[in-house]
Write a protein that binds this ligand. Structure first.
Ligand code: SF4
Length: 336
């Protein structure tokens, strides 16, 4: 039976952290055997905010590929590919740009929110909003549709982008005849992972992230400053583990001693320093196989390059098929 096509990916702007891992990567690793999986390294989209820093984007393409492979993305099942190496996506973005009004782009709730944030920083003259930024949902639509994507796993903030993709596809098929697939969004089971500081989201910009490649020293420093139950002052004060970020992380990484952590915390039979040390130990062990795989691939850069080349070739072949249909139905197939 033909497997459904899943399209997912990240912008190469930094190393992956536990928020990415539990928020999306684990799910991708689980799904990769059941779907025809394409994992996009979105370097063109990363340039939207980093157009004046191409070196940063280039270096992070490699880091992201290493993090994927370290996390269990298996090139036997998943095609990891580089967005800029698929010119068909750029071409489809141009055709799609005729099917979306500027007003509709501004109405996209995620874009609206990001525009308001930029306006808070730069003022409301629109000077900070580039054509590329506003058109981001259009290029994202092309990423998905150019590979005949059936399923796109997303966090809730990305749902408006997928809805916009579906609208573009419907409009395209309406104007040029049935050509393109309308993808479905699937909400990631765990889209938002809290930071150790208690913030609702772990993120690089908030400085509350534990990276998959962090050393024991770095993990220790971060965990020791994690937010616990503020009502617990003395070691033997009873506390509420459900308001404690240390407990949250014990649970997230699957500490087998979790029931004890909970009971002892509630009874005041465990101190926060000891509890944090236990978490550090658990976390180091949890990250060990990931870091060992990363080290293997760091020592074999030629393998990583081949994986990226093969993944990109597979994605490009798929995009070529789709674009043949697109050009034919748009009457743009002038020569063989
Ligand atoms: Fe959190 Fe552990 Fe302290 Fe309880 S004992 S508040 S779970 S760090």
């Amino acid at each position: 039976m033909e497997r459904k096509v899943i399209i997912t990916g990240d912008r190469p702007t930094g190393k992956l952290h536990l928020g990415h891992y539990f928020g999306s990567i684990v799910n991708r690793v689980k799904m990769q055997k059941d779907y025809e999986t394409y994992i996009l390294i979105a370097d063109v989209q990363a340039l939207t905010d980093n157009f004046n820093n191409p070196e940063k984007v280039r270096n992070n393409v490699k880091e992201l590929a290493l993090d994927y492979l370290a996390s269990g993305i298996d090139p036997k099942y998943s095609h990891i590919y580089i967005q800029s190496m698929i010119p068909e996506v750029a071409e489809l973005t141009v055709y799609f740009s005729n099917l979306v009004t500027v007003a509709r782009l501004y109405r996209n709730p995620t874009t609206k929110f990001e525009v308001s944030q930029k306006e808070n920083i730069f003022g409301s003259s629109g000077e900070s909003i580039t054509y590329g930024f506003l058109g981001y949902p259009v290029s994202q639509a092309a990423d998905i549709v150019a590979l005949d994507g059936d399923v796109v796993p997303v966090g809730d903030d990305q749902l408006p982008h997928i809805e916009q993709t579906r609208e573009i596809v419907r409009k395209f098929n309406n104007v040029y005849g049935e050509t393109l697939k309308e993808p479905d969004a699937v909400l990631s089971p765990n889209p938002r992972i809290k930071g150790l500081d208690g913030n609702d989201k772990m993120s690089k910009s908030l400085g509350n992230a534990i990276y998959l490649a962090d050393t024991e020293e770095e993990i220790t420093k971060k965990v020791m400053s994690a937010v616990t139950d503020p009502k617990k002052i003395k070691k033997d004060d009873p506390a509420d583990p459900n308001v404690c970020m240390v407990y949250y992380y014990h649970k997230l990484i699957g500490n087998k001693n979790l029931d004890n952590v909970c009971t002892e915390c509630k009874k005041g039979a465990r101190g926060c320093v000891g509890c944090k040390k236990e978490l550090i130990n658990e976390m180091v062990n949890f990250l060990k196989p990931i870091q060992e795989r990363r080290k293997y691939y760091e020592d074999h850069p030629e393998e990583v390059e081949q994986i990226l080349k093969d993944g990109t070739e597979a994605a490009r072949n798929k995009a070529k098929e789709v674009m043949n249909r697109v050009r034919k139905n748009m009457k743009l197939d002038y020569f063989e």
